[in-house]
Design a protein around this ligand. Structure first.
Ligand code: 1CP
Length: 368
């Protein structure tokens, strides 16, 4: 598809009409609590399955027009307050020279995962992010234009530890024992790899902002298999480094782009995460809203955290659960979301009920 020239340049973007999400990131007042869902562009939508049918997953990721379409699909159905660019966290290991395939029924698979520290020599030492990941930047620019200012566009990345875990495990894992073996047996090589990933991630996130991303989320999806000690050594310093470096660069050009850190099952690190230069801390459903507020001491906005499986409940029950969640978090400095992504068997109607419940109850609570 040939796009109009105006749509490929990251400038003259349409004016933003709904800034509730960005205001909430900064802890400012909003009329309603903004809401979006992790994996809102996904297989629970019939139009997503139809569009993706027969196409290779990472080929789809490399097509800016396809990414734009998939990003916009959920927004045509639901009044979400933010869009998240369709892509995947595993495009970074690909950019560093690793082969990653999406295997149906199995998920992402690395035919040749990293096995021993010597394998680090097989990775690209200097990644040309613009060349290797320019397709993501193009997708972001096109989507920001096509969104027409409806809602802000979120860019994202996987965090270093989560990406390292995939690169060593070669795919999903329940124990992450191969990757954790590195932490205990090869700590130096682990830090070397985490540092390499951090360097690429910083350039990648800055490229996303230059392309038009209006917020950035860092997914530490595998925080849960680390304990507090390993988290302190192998995750937190890199999460902090990423936020600090991205922010320092953005400040130089006078830009202010809120950053969200989502460390799934990293409840032991909540205090530290709230002091890591991110405006927003994302929460999974294992954390009670009130205790999350207490433990983060009003220092950050919070995002989350309804159990995705609550979407299997009848709509009236979803509405009650949402009301409790809003009362627990309060309506200020809060972005409603699920505690993790939507699953493919979820009913879009119930996703709609979730979004509506957030908007309705929060407007009501704000009037009290
Ligand atoms: O064919 C398909 O459609 C496969 C399903 C799918 C989708 C829709 C995958 C495979 N990735 C994606 C898109 C995706 N991935 C988005 C798009 C934007 C949106 O949220 O709407 C995002 C933000 C991601 C990020 C991602 N990929 C994460 C972090 C979030 C999380 O879930 O914790 C992770 C861990 C991945 C890896 C990945 N990609 C796909 C799968 C099935 C997995 C998980 C594999 C595993 O660990 O078992």
């Amino acid at each position: 598809i040939m796009e109009n020239d105006d749509l490929i340049l990251p400038k003259d973007f349409p004016k933003l009409k709904n800034d509730a999400f960005l205001r909430a990131c900064h802890g400012q007042e909003t009329n309603h609590v903004p809401v979006w869902c992790m994996r809102q562009a996904g297989r629970y939508l019939p139009e997503f399955r139809e569009f993706r049918a027969g196409k290779d997953f990472f080929e789809t990721c490399r097509s800016p027009a396809a990414c734009c379409e998939l990003t916009l699909q959920p927004l045509r159905r639901f009044p979400f307050d933010a869009a998240i660019i369709f892509s995947d966290i595993l495009v970074i290991p690909q950019a560093m020279g690793m082969d990653v395939q999406m295997v149906a029924g199995k998920g992402p698979t690395f035919p040749e995962p990293l096995k021993e520290p010597e394998d680090l020599l097989l990775l690209q030492p200097k990644v040309d992010v613009n060349k290797e990941l320019g397709y993501v930047f193009k997708a972001i620019t096109l989507t920001r234009h096509k969104l027409d200012g409806k809602v802000p566009l979120i860019g994202f990345t996987g965090a270093p530890w989560t990406l390292m875990a995939y690169m060593i495990e070669g795919g999903g894992s329940t124990t992450h024992s191969k990757a954790k073996r590195w932490l205990y047996r090869h700590p130096e090589a682990s830090h070397k790899l985490l540092k390499m990933l951090t360097d690429v991630i910083v350039v990648y996130l800055l490229g996303q902002v230059a392309a038009g991303a209006q917020a950035l989320q860092v997914f530490e999806s595998h925080a849960g298999c680390l304990g507090p000690v390993e988290f302190q050594e192998f995750s937190l310093p890199y999460l902090r480094d990423i936020a600090r470096k991205v922010k320092d660069q953005l400040k130089e050009s006078g830009q202010d782009v809120p950053m969200i850190v989502f460390a799934k099952d990293g409840h032991y690190g909540l205090e530290d995460l709230s002091q890591s230069h991110y405006e927003v801390v994302g929460l999974d459903w294992t954390i009670d809203p009130r205790s999350a507020r207490e433990r983060t001491g009003g220092k950050v906005s919070l995002q989350g955290n309804m159990d995705p499986c609550a979407l299997y409940a009848p709509k009236e029950r979803i509405s009650e659960i949402v009301k409790k969640m809003l009362e627990g978090f309060g309506t200020r400095g809060y972005i409603a979301n699920l505690g993790h992504g939507l699953y493919p068997d979820m009913d879009p109607e119930n996703v709609g009920a979730f979004v509506e419940a957030v908007h309705t109850h929060s407007r009501h609570l704000n009037l009290k």
